[in-house]
Ligand binder design. Sequence first.
Ligand code: HMG
Ligand code: MG
Length: 285
Amino acid sequence: EFPNEVELIEVGPRDGLQNEPEPISVEQKKRLIRHLAEVGFSRIESTAFVHPKWVPQMADAEEIAAYCNELGFTQIALTPNERAIDRAIAMGVPQVAVFIGASTQFNQRNINRTTDESLAACAAVFEKARRHNMFVRAYISMAFSCPFQGEVTFEEVNHVCKRFVELGADEIDIGDTNGRANPRMVYERFSRLRDLYPTTTFVGHFHDTYHVALANVIAAMQAGVRKFDASVGGLGGCPYSPGATGNVATERLAYMLSSMGIATGIDDEKLKALVPFAQSLSTRL
Ligand code: HMG
Ligand code: MG
């Protein structure tokens, strides 16, 4: 059974661009975001308040956030620690995202903490967000497999998920960071999560490294998921996930959904027209 509508959250400006080795000018980023807003997304992941030493491409987070506030969609920005949420509060960002991997080795590389240290540190971010009426999206990365540890068990995913639910996450985003999930795993994991947390909203975030991301979206929809992240032109990848490529391309996902009669609120033609410009920003496509 398929839904009548799903929400597509565009993550290109953040996940799509964060790993680009050459600096992309603020003007080019603004142009991309302005066109994405015209395509009809109600939410766009705009930037990340991370350490510019680790992710130089996101060094302009303040300027991008200020620009997004003028455009009328709801922006989501990554805030991995207290310093980050303070920066997001100062910029009036309405929605923030924390991200913790299901695997400790990945967390040590990505956010410089073990899983349990990251979970402990996260409480302060949630508390500040709550005090400022911010919506919190909580990512569980490497939720299917991990390039450093290999297999990731459901129990490891649930360990993080349980804590995110306790902390009051407004939505929990399940990341196939390295694109190694398959439809069977996706269906089984999302079904188990739905049964354990029936009132929690889950989001699917599939990287398309092995070209099964669209199939994974179908499997997640069958397990009840109604929100998906995607990146225009298939841009992206996590700098701490070697070999991983971009998110599922928004235009391919939007086309598949609209051909299935599933409404997304996206203007397919405008989106398609934006793909060459989006891809021109990447040195890897
Ligand atoms: P840290 O270095 O461990 O932090 O960074 P620290 O608390 O030890 O502080 C060290 C220094 O950094 C201090 O400066 C802090 O002020 C500064 P000093 O006193 O030495 O001059 N600092 C900061 N500066 C600016 N902004 C901040 C900040 N925090 C500390 N927020 C941190 C911890 C998490 C910030 C760092 O490890 C980092 O930025 N990592 C990058 C992580 C990242 O962006 N990864 C990519 C996104 S995740 C992803 O792509 C996966 C996802 O798409 C889902 C999926 O696909 O599964 C979301
Ligand atoms: Mg990602």
